[in-house]
Design a protein around this ligand. Structure first.
Ligand code: GAR
Length: 207
């Protein structure tokens, strides 16, 4: 059984989707053993506690720089004996030491069809604002491995979602979450825990 550590910063609806999938038996060979938040006020922490999952808080402002914060994160993940690390709305920057320590063992969910609307500055509602500004008719979500390149790691799963006329960033965000993120994140986690994801030449092969 693989130990899954989930990193969060905010509301934690993607964490909730993982918890619900676990309860429904949809995460095969994996168990969420710890939730680490970069924000002590994050509602995601309440979701974890209500479900009997251990929590830790690692605030960026308690460390002098990104390197010190990243080192503390690696130490925490090693203490938790994480087999898989899931970024579920984790909004704090970590450096390459974390990616190297957990290479191809960290997944991120991003609220667009990468390579559109991703990279530095594209997070949360900003992603949907950019999609609406461009006028795309289809957007979606992506689950990918975390590497040194922001939102640039090998893509595991993607799911498209239609943009409706009159959408606001908030309505679009909600639809992308409901129709894509909350589905493909638990699927990708379950595939990982069953050793069904391989990376070759920087691309993912699903077994
Ligand atoms: C989600 O839409 C997630 O994809 C996004 O932030 C939201 C967090 O919501 N993540 C990023 O933009 C990372 N680049 P949640 O806390 O309710 O899961």
């Amino acid at each position: 059984m693989k130990k899954i550590v989930v990193l969060v910063s905010g509301g934690g609806t993607n964490l909730q989707a993982l918890i619900d999938a676990q309860k429904a038996g949809e995460i095969q060979n994996g168990k969420i053993t710890c939730v680490i938040s970069s924000n002590k006020e994050a509602y995601a922490l309440t979701r974890a506690r209500e479900n009997g999952i251990a929590t830790r808080v690692l605030c960026r402002k308690d460390y002098k720089d990104v390197a010190a914060y990243s080192q503390a994160m690696v130490a925490a993940l090693q203490e938790e004996q994480a087999d898989l690390v899931v970024y579920a709305g984790f909004m704090t920057i970590l450096d390459e030491t974390v990616c190297q320590a957990f290479q191809y063992k960290m997944l991120n969910v991003h609220p667009s069809l990468i390579p559109s609307f991703c990279g530095k500055g594209f997070y949360g509602l900003h992603v949907h604002e950019a999609a609406l500004e461009k006028g795309v008719k289809v957007t979606g979500a992506t689950v990918h491995f975390v590497t040194e390149v922001c939102d640039g790691g090998p893509i595991i799963l993607q799911k498209p979602v239609e943009v409706n006329q009159g959408d606001t960033p908030e309505t679009l965000q909600r639809r992308v979450m409901e129709q894509a993120e909350w589905k493909i994140l638990p699927q990708a986690v379950s595939l990982f825990c069953q050793d069904k994801i391989q990376v070759a030449d920087g691309r993912v092969i699903l077994l």
